[in-house]
Design a protein around this ligand. Structure first.
Ligand code: G1P
Length: 275
């Protein structure tokens, strides 16, 4: 049984880059081939032994709740047909996981979204998945890799990857000491720095394991970039105490928060599935 039992999915954002598709549909429900982005994230969590899923939603996000629920009419309609097996993956998730939801009424940053999720997490270490970072791996999923690392380091962990220097303004960026293969002890973190202010080109991607004291730290961290509560700033406080690991995960990540990344992920997955 995993030491990490809960995973939080901040999913209240508008997804304006995908308008008009996201006018009435959550961006987390955009499909890569036939499966919505958030389902890939939930499956990654489940593979890591996590079965308690918490989702921070907002207005217009009800489709996420419906997706992880029974759809009586539809299921009756396809019962006994060759279409039935297309719902096996969601059935499996529903058999093994519990879902709880809470709403973020105002968009005040990722740190705020995570703080809103406190009601679903309580006081235990937990994972965070940003579903629009879609990750593909050959072996263990990214969260499985991170849970294994948590067992050793017992502190907050952020997944990182190298990005081109001119793209640091899109990410939280870390600097740290290499402690083991792919493992950095983080000493500095900056949210979306201009290339000239970036401490490195190691960018945080949407996978975190957070120690439970993070909620108190977020509460006491002043607003940062864009006047929002940034998880990067809260983690920087933990990092100054040597309590954050940056982990260069094994695998490939697609930025499905951008149209280009989304199309790339779709083509990649379609090819993979049709081989
Ligand atoms: C958020 C975080 C950022 C991180 C990124 C990963 O930014 O604030 O630190 O690098 O997710 O995708 P967002 O992409 O939500 O603007």
């Amino acid at each position: 049984m995993s030491v990490i039992k809960k995973c939080l999915f901040p999913a209240a954002g508008y997804g304006t880059r995908f308008l008009p598709a996201t006018k009435a549909m959550p961006k987390e429900m955009l499909p890569i081939v036939t499966k919505p982005l958030i389902q890939y994230g939930v499956e990654e969590a489940m593979d890591a032994g996590i079965t308690e899923i918490g989702v921070v939603t907002g207005r217009g996000k009800r489709a996420i709740e419906d997706h992880f629920d029974i759809s009586c009419e539809l299921e009756q309609e396809i019962a006994g047909s060759d279409k039935e097996e297309l719902l096996n993956s969601t059935r499996d998730i529903m058999d093994r996981c519990t879902f709880s939801y809470t709403r973020q009424a105002e968009m005040k940053g990722l740190g705020h979204a995570i703080l809103v999720g406190e009601a679903l997490i309580g006081r235990e270490p937990f994972a965070v998945v940003l579903a629009d970072d879609y990750c593909v791996t050959e072996g263990d999923g990214v969260l499985t890799q991170m849970v294994k690392l948590y067992e050793k380091y017992q502190c907050s962990i952020v997944a990182i990857e190298e990005v081109p220097v001119d793209e640091t303004h899109k990410y939280g960026v870390i600097a740290g000491e290499l402690e083991a293969d792919g493992v950095y002890r983080v000493h500095n973190m900056v949210e979306k720095p201009a290339p000239k202010d970036a401490p490195s080109n190691l960018a945080i991607i949407g996978r975190y394991i957070l120690s439970p004291d993070i909620f108190d730290v977020i509460r006491s961290t002043p607003p940062g970039k864009n006047g929002e509560m940034q998880i990067t700033d809260a983690l920087q406080i933990q990092a100054q105490q040597g309590k954050v690991i940056g982990y260069r995960f094994k695998g490939r990540r697609f930025d499905c928060g951008s149209v280009d990344g989304f199309i790339e992920a779709t083509n990649y997955t379609y090819k993979l599935q049709s081989n």
